[in-house]
Ligand binder design. Structure first.
Ligand SMILES: Cc1cc2nc3c(=O)[nH]c(=O)nc-3n(C[C@H](O)[C@H](O)[C@H](O)COP(=O)(O)O)c2cc1C
Length: 391
């Protein structure tokens, strides 16, 4: 157990230990600008002992937001992000940010036809009146790649220690990877070699901008979690491609937000809260009537992605970040034994930012998080937090 608390290198960044706070949407923004709460949350993560804390969902352009109040990486948000980075550094930690484009996962009514690899039905945002996506042109692709690269560069310039490109969970780059949403007939669709082309172009454009020593992590699906989606064999292929490009580390996850949203989390479905949070009456009614049938439940088990992730461990030599259901000392020991260099956590750290300090000091063996998943509801109600702590 001791070895996970020793320092390790992620390209030019030295982390004090193996632990990463993974991106969990914080909802701590006012008109898209990070609030002091966001700074406090990531500072608390650094004080609580994570080597690297990841700010979630940095939209690379205004149309990259799934809904309007998300943060865009621009002149308005940068001053607060700079303060956030300084505060995390003062607390002895390092900071990364997840760069994302939602693709067609849009409830953002400012965008009539959200971008996607192909024209598809927007099951995520149809109840907000956004029915279909627009199939991206080559010019759209070039512009989006440019937006990713520019966002990465300005974050590097204001002191961020790493960035994470979101290629998972069904967001734009994942929509390209998935045969379920990529129906293109050109060099960017069809075979896996073609489907990975645009995500790799984005990666390369970002790497050119930030330089080869700056750590770029990639969050990648092990699988979309349903037949006809991106598979574990696809993940092996993409992982090798990213390894060849010099990617700093892969954060392995899974699921497709519009189809299998709880595949990546497991545990309870907080339906009542999700109904209340519906962005329109139609959405609330649909959720109440059909939610129990359309939102699939997945039982939580500790280290729920470990078996799939081990396949990728055998496929590549590059650093890998294990994520999903890490909640105890014994669980962590299994991950280390399986050869993962880094370990990421979400809910145990939302529940208690000092979880790792307590594990290290042998004060506890296990997280108190119950996977009630009410934190998912809270992120749209003024900020992600653990409701168990209210009791
Ligand atoms: C409240 C909440 C918000 C999340 N938001 C994001 C997000 O913005 N980006 C992302 O890639 N994953 C997001 N996730 C998924 C987590 O990164 C992680 O994959 C998942 O919680 C499983 O890890 P855990 O068992 O350690 O919680 C979110 C999870 C939770 C609970």
């Amino acid at each position: 157990m001791k070895e996970v608390f020793t320092s390790r290198v992620l390209k030019s960044t030295i982390l004090k230990n193996a632990f990463i706070k993974t991106a969990t949407f914080e909802g701590m923004y006012k008109d898209g600008i990070p609030t002091q709460k966001l700074i406090d949350l990531h500072t608390a993560m650094a004080k609580g002992g994570v080597g690297l804390t990841t700010v979630s969902y940095g939209a690379v352009s205004p149309d990259a937001r799934s809904f309007k109040h998300q943060m865009v990486i621009n002149e308005q948000s940068l001053p607060q992000l700079k303060r956030l980075a300084e505060s995390v550094h003062q607390a002895g930690g390092k900071v990364s940010i997840q760069l994302t484009h939602c693709g067609y996962f849009s409830k953002n009514t400012a965008v009539k036809r959200p971008l996607a690899p192909s024209k598809v039905f927007n099951e995520y945002g149809c109840l907000s009146g956004i029915w279909f996506s627009k199939a991206m042109t080559k010019a759209d692709m070039a512009q989006v790649a440019e937006h990713f690269a520019n966002a990465a560069k300005v974050l590097q310039d204001i002191g961020f220690d790493a960035i994470e490109l979101h290629m998972g969970h069904g967001y734009l780059l994942s929509q390209f990877l998935s045969p379920w949403t990529n129906k293109r007939k050109d060099a960017y669709g069809g075979s896996l070699e073609n489907r990975v082309r645009f995500p790799l172009e984005v990666y390369q454009k970002v790497a050119e901008k930030v330089g080869k020593d700056f750590p770029i992590l990639v969050k990648l699906n092990l699988s979309d979690g349903f037949k006809g989606g991106f598979s574990l064999a696809d993940c092996q292929y993409v992982a090798k491609k990213l390894e060849n490009l010099g990617c700093a580390a892969l954060v392995l996850s899974g699921g497709f937000t519009s189809r299998t949203p709880f595949y990546l989390m497991r545990g309870a479905i907080p339906l009542r809260g999700m109904i209340k949070n519906g962005t329109s009456l139609a959405e609330k009614i649909t959720m109440a009537l059909f939610g129990p049938f359309i939102i699939k439940k997945y039982k939580f088990t500790p280290n729920f992605f470990l078996e799939q992730a081990k396949t990728i461990r055998k496929t590549v030599k590059m650093p890998l970040v294990y994520l999903g259901g890490v909640d105890s000392k014994t669980g962590i020991e299994k991950i280390v034994a399986a050869g993962f260099e880094f370990i990421a956590l979400g809910r145990p750290l939302i529940h208690d930012p000092n979880f790792l300090l307590k594990l290290k000091a042998n004060e506890i063996e296990k997280s108190g998080c119950t996977r009630c998943n009410q934190c998912v509801v809270e992120m749209d109600r003024g900020g992600v937090r653990c409701v168990i702590n209210d009791k």
